[in-house]
Design a protein around this ligand. Structure first.
Ligand code: ATP
Ligand code: MN
Length: 552
């Protein structure tokens, strides 16, 4: 038992359970009968002390806690399973993102995890998802490591201390990073796993300490529940709101700029990653942000930089030698260094994080080929086509000599988190665009300009911000547009605070032949990827496909 946590904040005590909780609840209900102690809803300060005493982390000069998440510094999509039973068999889209798990194997593995936790301390956190109270989902997060409890506190919505004594959980997350599965016994792929059981309402995580599994586990749950039962479109997007109350949402795959671009000093932040779009609202699922730290600077991203302070959780960063100052440029552990903080650490966060339905939708893509315009305005058909395609291009890695980017097509800009078939989400978006013809949809390339990776360079963040501001202000409604060949995208020929030369990607390439070849290549990849959805797409959507020259 830690010497400090118990006497200080002890409110309820039953045997070895400490802290504020619903008196009717016990970890024994979760099968955790023999833990040495269960600490319920400790304050962040108490948890920070726990982490430090256990040697799992250290404080940085700004007062933030830095931890290493161990073997995994990112999600492991191949080890994500969904229990296949009467609830899910005919509703879940069984695919390369939703692997089946046997219900009996789940029960056995759950018991093995609880047995593993016998004699150990666990941390219990009551939190919830969905800022729109109509969809609120109470979550009880039980973790082996205290830093995971800080993460759950920072990323999910936080009930008040008055609410906790009467809180009933809807879902449970049990996460034991130190438990290693035996694939032959447990039916997993390897030693780590994240398994969703929709019938029992449990997410079981083991063998990995990467906190993103906790966050994206609940996202996957909501991506099932909301469209399936509530007719709400769940979205992998950030959202913010202007002074006039106009909502903007920013869809995009990892690294495309959702978190960075939603933090805008002139707009209120609704959320940086996961939202729902109901009949009347856009609402955050979460209560915090999970920002990338690579190359972070106070100059370029002041709001995120200032959120790194006591209470925030840094993951897998390195220190400047001999100091407690974070070296944001050092990515020797992983490129995916992160900081998790409660949303109110951003000055102009909107709480409760609920806004009206959007006026502007941005699809962010980080096109490392440098082919797509930095901003273009989409027709409804193009919007649907691009939503279903979910394109981005990544640089293949950091190995020496690897310079060719690889395309990623991830339906709805979040295929990895979709338990239902992508057409379900596309249908809902289509209905919403149909209902409100004034919604404008933009495609923003936050990636390369002036050539592909290796030749060109990444679009300046200040330019991308200026283009988004101009779109939001209506300034891009007043300018002339040109049409990109092959893709048929309409891009502005001028934009305030952006050099006009960069608006047409072809003009930024020294070698026009190379551009023409590259755009044809990329178009062919779009068309090939879309084949799997073509039978479900209407003529308007199909008309928005890039026009690939047919070789005779
Ligand atoms: P995830 O889903 O993994 O959280 P994300 O979409 O939130 O990803 P960000 O965290 O916003 O992605 O990452 C964008 C990264 O790209 C940041 O590190 C940002 O500094 C950098 N960046 C560089 N140039 C630009 C640009 N023009 N627009 C947006 N981001 C840029
Ligand atoms: Mn993000």
């Amino acid at each position: 038992m830690p010497f400090f946590a118990v006497p200080k904040k002890e409110i309820l005590k039953t045997m070895n359970e400490y802290g504020l909780r619903n008196p009717k609840a016990s970890v024994a209900d979760l099968g955790l009968k023999n833990v040495s102690a269960a600490y319920w809803n400790l304050s962040v300060a108490e948890l920070v002390e726990e982490v430090i005493v256990k040697g799992e982390g250290e404080l940085t000069d700004f007062g933030a806690l830095a931890v290493d998440t161990g073997e995994f510094t990112g999600r492991s999509p191949k080890d994500k399973f969904v229990v296949c039973d009467a609830e899910t068999e005919n509703s879940v889209w069984w695919s390369d993102v939703n692997f089946k798990f046997d219900p009996e194997k789940f029960d056995k593995l759950y018991n093995r995890v609880t047995a593993y936790l016998a004699g150990k301390e666990v941390y219990v956190r009551d939190c919830y998802a969905c800022a729109d109270p109509r969809y609120r989902l109470n979550i009880r997060v039980v973790t082996e490591s205290p830093y995971q409890s800080i993460f759950a506190n920072n990323l999910f919505l936080r009930p008040t201390n008055d609410e906790i004594p009467s809180l009933e959980k809807d879902w449970t997350i049990l996460a034991a990073p130190g438990f290693k599965a035996d694939k032959d016994v447990d039916g997993t792929r390897q030693h780590n796993f994240a398994i969703i059981n929709f019938t029992k309402k449990i997410i079981l995580i083991g063998g990995t300490g990467y906190t993103g599994e906790i966050k994206k586990g609940i996202f996957s749950v909501l991506n099932y529940v909301l469209p399936h039962h509530n007719n709400v479109l769940s979205m992998h997007c950030s959202a913010n709101i202007g002074k006039d109350g106009d909502t903007a949402i920013f869809f995009g795959l990892s690294g495309t700029g959702k978190t960075t671009l939603s933090a805008d000093p002139n707009r209120g932040l609704i959320g940086d990653d996961e939202h729902g779009w109901s009949d009347t609202t856009v609402f955050n699922f979460e209560g915090g942000c999970y920002a990338k730290c690579v190359n972070l600077s106070a100059e370029k991203e002041p709001q995120i930089y200032n959120a790194i302070r006591f209470g925030s959780l840094l993951e897998n960063i390195e220190f400047i030698d001999g100091t407690t100052a974070v070296d944001f440029d050092n990515i020797s552990k992983t490129e995916n260094t992160r900081v998790a903080y409660p949303i109110d650490f951003i000055d102009n966060a909107v709480e409760p994080s609920v806004a009206g339905t959007p006026k502007n939708i941005f699809f962010l893509t980080c096109d490392a080929f440098g082919v797509l315009p930095p901003i273009s305005r989409l027709t409804t058909g193009q919007a649907m086509y691009n939503f279903i395609s979910g394109y981005t291009a990544k640089v293949a890695g950091t190995e020496v000599g690897v310079t060719e980017p690889t395309t990623t097509f991830s339906a709805c800009f979040g295929k990895a988190f979709l338990p239902l078939h992508p057409t379900k989400y596309a249908e809902l978006l289509g209905q919403k665009l149909e209902q409100d013809k004034n919604i404008r949809v933009w495609l923003v390339n936050t990636g390369w300009s002036g050539g592909s990776y290796g030749v060109g360079s990444r679009m300046k963040l200040s330019y991308t911000r200026a283009m988004i501001t101009a779109a939001l202000n209506g300034e891009l409604d007043k300018v002339k547009y040109d049409t990109l060949p092959v893709f048929g995208l309409q891009f502005p020929t001028s934009c305030p605070n952006v050099p006009s030369e960069i608006l047409n990607p072809r003009e930024t390439w020294a070698d026009k032949n190379a551009y023409d070849n590259k755009i044809a290549d990329l178009a062919a990849k779009f068309v090939k990827n879309f084949e799997q959805y073509a039978s479900q797409a209407n003529t308007e959507i199909m008309a928005a496909a890039p026009k690939v020259a047919v070789v005779a």
